[in-house]
Design a protein around this ligand. Structure first.
Ligand SMILES: [Zn+2]
Length: 333
């Protein structure tokens, strides 16, 4: 369990970043206004887009900030605290340099991903506005049609040109649907997400990722093949996995099962990768679930007897589908 102090520090930093991000998004609202796009030269639009991209650059620094290092120290503490009661790990020492290197590599990865997201957002908006201007030129209303349109649904005059208000709006919508508006992150699947939702989810994921990577790595070094998934009463599909056990890798699983055939319940445990790859929310974007070391081989027979077998992958995928359906229905109603 992370201490309240760390949670607070990171949350405070995230809140500040979100406020700054929202202010920037507001400042560039004109990028979503097609009349502004048509009134201005592409050169001017590109200049505004470049400024926007530059202003968003602080997000990369947010993910690589040195304050994030505290999460590595916290993960080490989680690891040590979880093993306090196990005599075999009484004089446990965790190499700080090694943890720092690991945390730095995770920070770099998140920084790089964020930079990529900002670049593609910029590219999308540049393409969208360029295409829109070209297509809009072809949509200009001819003098003969002005009278007809004035009588029916109106024309708009932008930068000296006259446009059919409805058709130009529709054209803009088509392009917005494809390239998003100025705050949309577009995934390869085509799914769109507001940039602030994305950054918030990414920060949560990074917190979890740092803890889980440090715990799994330090476990492996000490011959602890099993980790336990935290419980906080999740209401999403992670719920199925709360309090269950995972092997850190497939190799660790094979090793453990051959060394400890008497711990039969372990045969039902999945690997971390298997659980992450099932159709539930566990360990994916925005998940807060954390791992702690679980040295089963040093636990009492009585404690092991109390462990329930892990749910099968077929069960978790099925439940995940059912829960996803319920969530969608609740949203629709
Ligand atoms: Zn979760």
């Amino acid at each position: 369990m992370a201490s309240r102090r760390t949670d607070f520090l990171i949350r405070e930093q995230l809140n500040r970043a979100m406020k700054r991000l929202n202010r920037i998004i507001d400042r560039y609202q004109r990028l979503d206004d097609f009349a502004w796009i048509l009134r201005n030269q592409q050169q001017e639009i590109n200049r505004v887009l470049r400024n926007y991209k530059g202003d968003l650059g602080f997000l990369t620094n947010f993910f690589t900030d040195e304050k994030i290092d505290i999460l590595g120290a916290e993960a080490v503490k989680t690891f040590q605290d979880s093993l306090k009661a196990v005599p075999q790990f009484e004089s446990l020492v965790v190499g700080r340099q090694r943890v720092n290197q690991l945390v730095n590599s995770i920070k770099r990865e998140y920084g790089k991903t964020t930079k990529g997201v900002i670049n593609s957002l910029f590219d999308n908006q540049a393409t969208k506005t360029r295409r829109f201007k070209i297509m809009a030129q072809a949509e200009k209303v001819t003098t003969e049609r002005v009278a007809e349109l004035l009588g029916r649904r109106g024309i708009v005059k932008i930068g000296g040109d006259e446009f059919d208000n409805k058709s130009i709006g529709e054209l803009w919508d088509v392009l917005t649907n494809r390239y998003g508006n100025h705050e949309d992150v577009i995934f390869t699947s085509g799914h769109k997400m507001p940039l602030n939702t994305y950054v918030n989810g990414k920060a949560i994921t990074m917190t979890q990722d740092i803890n889980n990577t440090v715990v799994a790595t330090e476990s492996a070094r000490r011959g602890i093949q099993v980790n336990k998934i935290s419980s906080h009463g999740a209401s999403d599909s992670c719920n199925i996995h709360e309090g269950t056990f995972v092997f850190i890798t497939e190799t660790a699983k094979q090793q453990f099962l051959s060394q400890h055939p008497e711990i039969k319940v372990a045969r039902s445990f999945k690997t971390f990768a298997q659980v992450k790859g099932d159709r539930t929310h566990i360990f994916v974007f925005g998940c807060r679930h954390r791992l702690t070391p679980a040295p089963l081989q040093f636990m009492s027979e009585g404690a092991i007897k109390k462990i329930d077998p892990s749910p099968s992958l077929a069960t978790t995928s099925k439940e995940a589908r059912v829960m996803a359906k319920e969530v969608n229905e609740a949203r629709a109603s």
